[in-house]
Design a protein around this ligand. Structure first.
Ligand SMILES: Nc1nc2c(ncn2[C@@H]2O[C@H](COP(=O)(O)OP(=O)(O)O)[C@@H](O)[C@H]2O)c(=O)[nH]1
Ligand SMILES: [Mg+2]
Length: 436
C-alpha cells in the first residue's frame, strides 16, 4: 500500500534538494502537485484540498527551524497533517460479560478472517472468546469460522441447523452469558453490494445483541468505494469503528486517509495478510511514517526536536539566570532531558558535578516517573509557590500521584536544593548538553 503515493512524493521532494529558501511560487507548485498525487491515490478531493491548504498555511511565510531544509519542513508538515487526518489510536470497546463485538462488511472484505484475527488478539491478551457464526447462507462460511476458531484456540458456537442469523446471534449471546465469556464475536453475512435487505438484517442483529463494538470491515483495494460503503452503512446501523484489510496488497491507500474524517469513526485495526496474526493495531503516526518513509523522516524529527529544544533551553537558561526556577520548570526540564534521550548519558554532563547525589537521584531514570507524577498532581498555584504545600496538601499530592508523603517530601526538598544550586551557578551552559 502507498507505493504510488510514496513514489510521487519522493519525486516532488527530490526537486527541493539543495534549495535553501521556500518561495511562494515554489510552495504553490509543491502543494498543487501534492494535491494531485493524493487525489490520484484515491484520497477524497475535499480532504486532499483541506490537507494541502493546512500545509500551505503552516509553511507559508514561516521561518524554518534551524537545521531544517525547506524540503524537511514540507515533509514534516505533511506528516503532521496526515497524522491529524488519521485521528487517534483507539482501543477496542469492551463492555459487559460478554462484551458483544459485531463484525460486518461486504462480501470478501475480510470479515470472517478478521473475526479470527481479533479473537486470537484478544486471547493473547488473556480474554476468553466465543465466535458466533451469523452468516448462515453458505455452509462454507460457518465451516470457515469454525476452522479459524480452532486455529486461534477460541471457542465456537454451533448454529445447529438454524437458518435465521438473528436467532443464532441471540442464542449465541445467551450461551456466552451463561458461560461468562469475556467477549463474543459475531460474524455476519455480506453482499456483493450494499442492499436494503442486508442492512435490515444487520440492524436486527445489532438490536438483538447491542454490541459494545460494531466494526465495519473495509477492503483497502476498493479505494474510494470503501469510504462510500462506510457512509452508507453508518446511515442504517451504528458503527463504532473500522477495520481496513489487505493493506499488504498494492492498494493505493488513499481511502485510508479519507475514511476517518468522512465517517467520523476511528480505524481500530489493519489487516496485513491472510494469516491469523496478520493484524495490526492502528497507530496514526506509524501510517504517516509508512507513507513518508521515502524521506528520512526520523532524521527530520531529530533535527526538528533539536531545533525546538535549543529554543527551550535558551528560555530555561534565562529562567535559571533570574533564579525563578519553578516546579513547572523542573517538570519541563525533566521532559526535555527525557526527550534528549538516555538520562544516563546526559546526567554526567549536567552542569556542575556540584549537584549532590540526592538531586541526581531525583532525575535518575527510575525515579523520573514518580517525580513527574508528583509534580503533575500539584495545582498550578502549588507549582508556582511550593511554600504553600502544607501537610494536607502533601497528602493529597501523594494520593493523586500514587506515591507517599515521603516521596513528595523528597521531591520538594530536592527541588529547593536544586534551586539553591542553580542560583549559585548563575549561568548554566545547558547548550553544551545538546552539542554532540
Ligand atoms: N492479503 C490479504 N488478504 C486478506 C486479508 N484479510 C482477508 N483476506 C483474504 O480475503 C478473502 C476474503 O476473506 P473473508 O474473511 O472470507 O471475507 P468475508 O467474505 O468478508 O468474510 C480471503 O481469501 C482472505 O484470505 C488481508 O488483510 N490481507
Ligand atoms: Mg465471511
Amino acid at each position: 500500500m502507498f507505493d504510488g503515493l510514496r513514489e510521487k512524493f519522493s519525486t516532488i521532494l527530490k526537486r527541493l534538494t539543495g534549495i535553501a529558501v521556500m518561495t511562494d511560487s515554489l510552495l504553490c507548485e509543491l502543494t498543487s502537485e501534492t494535491k494531485k498525487s493524493l487525489i490520484d491515490a484515491d484520497v477524497n478531493r475535499e480532504i486532499a484540498e483541506e490537507l494541502i491548504n493546512k500545509i500551505a498555511e503552516k509553511v507559508k511565510g514561516k521561518s524554518i527551524p534551524n537545521g531544517l531544509s525547506p524540503g524537511d519542513f514540507f515533509v514534516f508538515s505533511l506528516y503532521e497533517e496526515v497524522k491529524d487526518l488519521l485521528g487517534e489510536s483507539e482501543e477496542l470497546i469492551l463492555k459487559g460479560k460478554p462484551s458483544p463485538v459485531m463484525i460486518s462488511g461486504l462480501n470478501g472484505s475480510g470479515k470472517t478472517t478478521t473475526c479470527g484475527k481479533i479473537s486470537r488478539f484478544l486471547k493473547e491478551n488473556g480474554k476468553s472468546v466465543l465466535l458466533v457464526p451469523c452468516d448462515l447462507k453458505r455452509a462454507a462460511a460457518v465451516e470457515q469460522l469454525r476452522i479459524l476458531a480452532q486455529r486461534a484456540g477460541v471457542d465456537f458456537f454451533e448454529p445447529e441447523g438454524y437458518t435465521d442469523p438473528v436467532r443464532v446471534a441471540s442464542k449465541g449471546l445467551k450461551f456466552a452469558k451463561s458461560k461468562a465469556y469475556d467477549v463474543a464475536i459475531f460474524d455476519t453475512a455480506g453482499r456483493l453490494h450494499i442492499d436494503k435487505e442486508l442492512l435490515k438484517e444487520l440492524n436486527k442483529i445489532y438490536n438483538e445483541i447491542e454490541p459494545s463494538e460494531h466494526l465495519l470491515v473495509l477492503d483497502a483495494m476498493t479505494g474510494q468505494e470503501a469510504v462510500r460503503i462506510a457512509a452508507e452503512f453508518k446511515k442504517v446501523v451504528p458503527i463504532t469503528g473500522l477495520v481496513f484489510t489487505k493493506v499488504d496488497t498494492d492498494a493505493k491507500g488513499g481511502a485510508i486517509l479519507s475514511v476517518r474524517k468522512i465517517s467520523g469513526r476511528p480505524i481500530k485495526f489493519l489487516g496485513t495478510g491472510e494469516r491469523l496474526d496478520d493484524l495490526e493495531k492502528f497507530f496514526p503516526d506509524r501510517i504517516a511514517k509508512r507513507l513518508l518513509s521515502f524521506g528520512d523522516i526520523e532524521g527530520i524529527f531529530e533535527r526538528f526536536a533539536k531545533a525546538v529544544d535549543e529554543k527551550k533551553i535558551k528560555e530555561m537558561e534565562e529562567k535559571v539566570k533570574k533564579a525563578d526556577f519553578t516546579l513547572d520548570d523542573l517538570l519541563e526540564h525533566i521532559t526535555l532531558l527525557k526527550s534528549m534521550g538516555g538520562l544516563r548519558k546526559i546526567l554526567p554532563l549536567l552542569p556542575g558535578s556540584g549537584i549532590p547525589k540526592e538531586e541526581m537521584v531525583l532525575l535518575a531514570e527510575e525515579n523520573i516517573k514518580k517525580t513527574e507524577a508528583i509534580i503533575l498532581s500539584m495545582t498550578k498555584k502549588e507549582r508556582a509557590n511550593p511554600d504553600i504545600i502544607d501537610g494536607s496538601r502533601r497528602l493529597r499530592i501523594a494520593k493523586g500521584s500514587g506515591t507517599n508523603v515521603a516521596d513528595v517530601n523528597r521531591v520538594l526538598k530536592s527541588y529547593k536544593n536544586l534551586k539553591k544550586i542553580m542560583k549559585r551557578f548563575k549561568k548554566i551552559n545547558m547548550l553544551n548538553l545538546t552539542g554532540g
